[in-house]
Ligand binder design. Sequence first.
Ligand code: GRF
Length: 194
Amino acid sequence: LRLGILGSGYGSNFEAILKAIKSRSLDAEIAVVMSDVEDSRILEKAREAGLPAIFVDPGTHPLRLPSGPQKEILDHLERHGVQVVVLAGFMRLLKEPVLSAYRDRIVNIHPSLLPKYKGRDAWVQALEAGETEAGCTVHLVNEDLDGGEILAQQAVPILPRDTSETLLARIHEAEHGLLPKVLGEWKSSGRKID
Ligand code: GRF
């Protein structure tokens, strides 16, 4: 499975995928890594791993991603022969033409048990709501923010003394197991690859 990974930040999920590939627990290859943040750790880590690492200039708006960069992302995905796109902490919404070109072939990892707590800081929302459980979700990406078909979830407990940091660390650990697992089962579960 040829993967294209998009992220804006630290890249721990990218690292988890890379580790799973190296240890042969995931039969896949990372064709390209892209980011909307030029000095992001994810790009730095991708370069260190010898992978194509591309900064896509998002323009001046802090949240939106205009059509120019959306097209640029699609060009890079196609040029690198990407079959499945992984959003690993990518903080902008993907739109056309990427969504149609990669329909049912884009996954996102989100730090909550969707459909609960969409959007930013989802684990803080769960903590503040007094939940006893949080978790992470791998889902397909469509036009709706954190709203596509759920592929897999893993719950983690919220403990009485948890802070947002301790809870996030527990969720991240769950993410690092869940995301490579879903990708590893992609072909056998009959999901689209092209
Ligand atoms: C993860 O918590 C993921 O759920 C969210 O963004 C974070 C990315 O972390 N969408 P990292 O960059 O993979 O370390």
